[in-house]
Design a binder for this molecule. Structure first.
Ligand SMILES: *Cc1c(COP(=O)(O)O)cnc(C)c1O
Length: 355
């Protein structure tokens, strides 16, 4: 079976060697040696010092929403994974959706200002499929209206925008190291903040609010990553460039062989060094998409409808109309993309789609 993605597993002896160190230390969590070592390696790879690695990509998003959203209205994208909207609602803030750009698929910055009210505290936008939002425009709107900016950068490991890691932008960015993501620790994630004060607050918040063993900064939760997860990350780490290069080969194949007369491709924003994290194609009609999906499934190929439904249709939000996002959600399909996908398999996928 060919699924939309397949977790990259490093050689088990390389993974075991890291687990062995956790055994030798008799230390499994609370920022042990492996967690700190992985964090140092990621600092070097990404070129940023402001990283805290965490248990997943959602709790740090919730922490950021709690600290910056302050129970108010948060302007957000309807085209993302459900975690983006859920984090807002979970923290008792109100999501206010703003439609997306029809080609970049990120929040449409031209529609943000009309959605701002006196209750707006924050903008939470997703660099969907690793494609950057219009960061400059969002920054300008945010500073004009005194709003915080959080980026759900779950898909963005390795993405650079204007020559630096995309995680450097916004007040806070979060990433996911889930097993389906490009770099993974099984479950895991990271949070980035340039402001020292804010970073410290996030740091304390991720460990129950502890400032010391007997001293508390304030309210906190548990977003700590374990040594066992860090062991997987350390074993995957040496393969990152290989993973990205192999994914690029798959994407080059699709780019050269798919018939784009009747399909629309994701438009990557200018000045982006992309990470080849997803391969979405947009069909002209939902009927064509469903037909293609059935034909692929009949050949044991399982693409995924990322992201469906448009998040303004979730049962726990106000159902504002978001025509572009709803339209894209109905027409978009992510094709299989992972290390080890064979040319023969790609040929089959492309033939089915082109016919
Ligand atoms: C994967 C993902 C998350 C959640 O990350 P977890 O590590 O699974 O908690 C959040 N937002 C987006 C856009 C995602 O794709």
């Amino acid at each position: 079976m060919i699924k939309v993605t397949q977790t990259f597993l490093p050689p088990i002896d390389e993974y075991s060697a890291f687990v062995q160190r956790a055994y030798n230390n008799n230390w499994l969590t609370n920022r042990g040696e492996l967690v700190r070592e992985l964090e140092e390696k990621l600092k070097g790879y990404l070129g940023t010092d402001n990283i805290l690695i965490t248990n997943n990509g959602t709790v740090p998003l919730q922490i950021a929403v709690k600290l910056l959203g302050k129970g108010g209205e948060i302007i957000t994208t309807p085209f993302s994974y459900v975690a983006t909207t859920a984090s807002i609602v979970w923290e008792n803030c109100t999501p206010v959706f703003v439609d997306i750009h029809p080609e970049y698929l990120t929040i449409d910055e031209q529609k943000i200002e009309a959605a701002i009210t006196p209750k707006t505290t924050c903008i939470l936008a997703t660099h969907v499929f690793g494609n950057p939002c219009n960061i400059e425009a969002i920054e300008e709107i945010a500073s004009k209206h005194n709003l915080a900016v959080i980026y759900d950068a779950a898909h963005c490991f390795g993405v650079k925008y204007k020559g630096q890691t995309i995680f450097n932008y916004g007040d806070v960015s979060t990433c996911s190291f889930h097993a389906t993501k490009l770099f993974h620790t099984g479950e895991g994630g990271a949070v980035f903040a340039n402001n020292k004060d804010l970073f410290d607050k996030i740091f304390y918040s991720h460990n129950f609010g502890h400032k010391g063993p007997l001293d508390f900064y304030g309210l906190g939760i548990n977003a700590k990553i374990s040594e066992l997860q860090a062991a997987m990350g350390l074993a995957v780490f040496p393969y990152i460039d290989h993973i990205i290069a192999e994914r690029k080969k798959v994407i080059d194949y699709y780019d050269h062989h798919l018939d784009y007369n009747r399909l629309q491709k994701l438009r990557i924003r200018e000045q982006t060094e992309w990470n080849y994290s997803y391969y979405p194609v947009i069909f002209e009609t939902e009927e064509e998409l469903l037909k293609a999906e059935v034909n692929l499934n009949n050949n044991n190929i399982i693409p995924r409808r990322y992201f469906y439904p448009s998040l303004n249709h979730l049962p726990y939000v106000n159902h504002a109309s978001m025509p572009v996002s709803e339209n894209i959600a109905k027409h978009i399909l992510c094709l299989p993309l992972y290390v080890g996908l064979k040319v023969k398999e790609l040929e089959m996928i492309v033939n089915i789609l082109n016919s």
